[in-house]
Design a protein around this ligand. Structure first.
Ligand code: NAP
Ligand code: MG
Length: 502
């Protein structure tokens, strides 16, 4: 467990950080070819942290060309798997050695609490890189049960140059989820971090070079979705794109692919995740603690946030009382204060969007919170809805807002839970084991947790059903499927040279 510093000590580190400002392409920091920059802001204070290279299509072209060069000459793609492993394990070690700097940088850039950055984001990102690194030299290819006269091998090959387009809610961790398996597989990558959160990605690229990653293999192109994300999505020499972000933008990547080179597209998108609590749930304190964590962790800016509490009527009042008790412990304030659990929302625009949900509905009952705590901060809020079709129930708010939907029975709970266009995660709390398992099978979601809230870990696949995404999974050995493709190689074992394979 990380030893946390004091608020004052974190503030002192924040003052002394040397922040990156240029894109990282072909093993070096570089300004945008146009010379343009944009400001990056600390959402907790509104203070401008620095300027960042505002790249555009020309920078994307340059980065893709360098990534292609690296892929084709094999400086990484054809390296012995054990050698790739050594570099990734060393990168993980360097991330941990620089964890404090990365944690403060992440907190400043994203408004995330230093507590989360220190205890989850940075150590977990380092762990993910190490896990994939250590896996590389333990994956075997296959030999098919073909006829005696032949050997048919099924081998995996790196897909090539990949574009990775990232959201701002877990900047370094989402980067690790993607580059871990992509680099392990031998791909060269061009990363587009969210414009709001570029700092830790840039710093990581520098650490990767220090760890021995050859130039051109990992490129970070900073800039907006329109100027960098779209040209990357449309690029004819990019073999696949793995995207994490909103469903609206994810849909665009399918168009980009269809209109360019039919690159593979993997989408990890939004969620409106149900958390079912049945009358017979045991240990309401523990349930409430999971509910609060599920709904308010990272200010609710979490694709798998348990944002819909679907609760059976008999237990509702007692559960809500406990949930409030636990939520009150989540202090809102300066993200650099290690006591704080609710930091700032990512931006003024996002803050306005989340606030608009709280103002919109007159018929809903605010059970807790609903207040804006200074610009950019919203306290944990619980709203009971009367209309199951309201935007609070249907839309991903991506803020610290828990929507309560009372139900009468198990069957109704499952029906309400599945009545959404999303399908990323779901939870069910009940003491009835059979019912829990039946529920887990009936819930249409990529991850279901029983009597707990969580996303699993690096060992389990993560991804969505329905409009929460498709095309592959992040995490676990299955993540490597995204970045590799299957090739079949037939060997003829018969004596006559002219035997054809049918
Ligand atoms: P977003 O607006 O879709 O942005 C994601 C990325 O796409 C950013 O880098 C963004 O660039 C870029 N982008 C925006 N418009 C684009 C366009 N027209 N063409 C190409 N690229 C474009 O999502 P967000 O607000 O950053 O992130 C929150 C969303 O991510 C939520 O919906 C959340 O549920 C989802 N998410 C899903 C997962 C998962 O694993 N399923 C994990 C985390 C988050 P700029 O913003 O820099 O312009
Ligand atoms: Mg920022």
């Amino acid at each position: 467990m990380t030893d946390l510093l004091t608020h004052e000590e974190y503030r002192a580190i924040a003052q002394s950080l040397d922040l990156p400002q240029n894109a990282w392409i072909d093993g070096a920091y570089r300004p945008a070819i146009s010379g343009k920059t944009f400001e990056t802001v600390n959402p907790a204070t509104g203070v401008v942290l620095g300027t960042i290279a505002a790249c555009g299509p020309a920078d994307v072209d340059f980065a893709v060309a360098k990534a292609r060069e690296a892929f084709e000459d094999g400086r990484w793609s054809k390296l012995h798997p054990g050698a790739r492993k050594d570099v990734l394990v060393e990168l993980s070690r360097l991330m941990l050695r620089n964890a404090r700097e990365l944690a403060v940088m992440e907190s400043l850039d994203a408004g995330k609490t230093i507590y989360d950055c220190e205890t989850v984001d940075i150590p977990e990102a380092a762990h993910v890189i190490k896990w994939h690194g250590e896996l590389i030299d333990k994956i075997y290819d296959q030999v098919s049960p073909a006829s005696n006269g032949h050997i048919a091998m099924v081998v995996r090959e790196a897909v090539g140059v990949v574009g990775l387009v990232l959201p701002w809610n877990f900047p370094l961790l989402m980067l690790a989820w993607k580059i871990g398996p992509a680099l392990a597989s031998g791909c060269s990558v061009v990363v587009k971090p969210a414009a709001e959160t570029t700092l830790t990605a840039l710093r990581l690229a520098e650490l990767a070079a220090e760890a021995g990653l050859p130039r051109g293999v990992l490129n970070i192109v900073t800039g907006s979705g329109a100027d960098v994300g779209e040209p990357l999505g449309r690029h004819k020499d990019v073999d696949m794109v793995s995207f994490t972000g909103s469903t609206v933008t994810g849909r665009r990547f399918l168009h980009y692919s269809a209109d360019s080179n039919l690159k593979e597209v993997v989408l990890e998108l939004g969620g409106k995740n149900p958390c079912i609590v049945l009358d017979d749930a045991e240990d309401l304190d523990a349930v409430a603690s999971h509910v609060v964590n599920g709904a308010f962790w990272n200010m609710g800016q979490n694709c798998s946030a348990a944002s819909r509490l679907i609760v059976q009527a008999g237990i509702k009042d007692r559960l809500i009382a406990k949930v409030k008790e636990h939520a009150r412990e989540w202090i809102v304030g300066d993200p650099l204060n290690p006591e704080v659990r609710i930091g700032a929302l990512i931006s003024k625009a996002h803050f306005a969007k989340v606030s608009s949900y709280l103002k919109a509905s007159k018929s809903d009952r605010i059970l807790m919170g609903g207040k804006i705590v200074g610009e950019g901060f919203i306290e944990p809020t619980i709203v009971e809805v009367s209309d199951r079709n309201s935007s609070l129930v249907r839309e991903e708010i991506f803020g610290p807002v828990l929507t309560v939907v009372p139900v009468a029975s198990f069957e109704e709970a499952i029906a309400v839970a599945n009545d959404t266009e999303y399908g990323l995660a779901a939870s069910i709390f009940t003491a009835n084991g059979k019912r829990a398992l039946r529920g887990a099978r009936m819930l249409r979601a990529g991850t279901v947790t029983v009597n707990s809230f969580g996303e699993g870990d690096i060992t389990t696949p993560f991804g969505g059903y329905k409009q929460s995404g498709f095309g592959g999974r992040d995490n676990s050995i299955h993540a490597h499927d995204q970045y590799t493709q299957l090739k079949t190689i037939w060997l003829d074992l018969t004596d006559t040279a002219d035997t054809a394979i049918g």
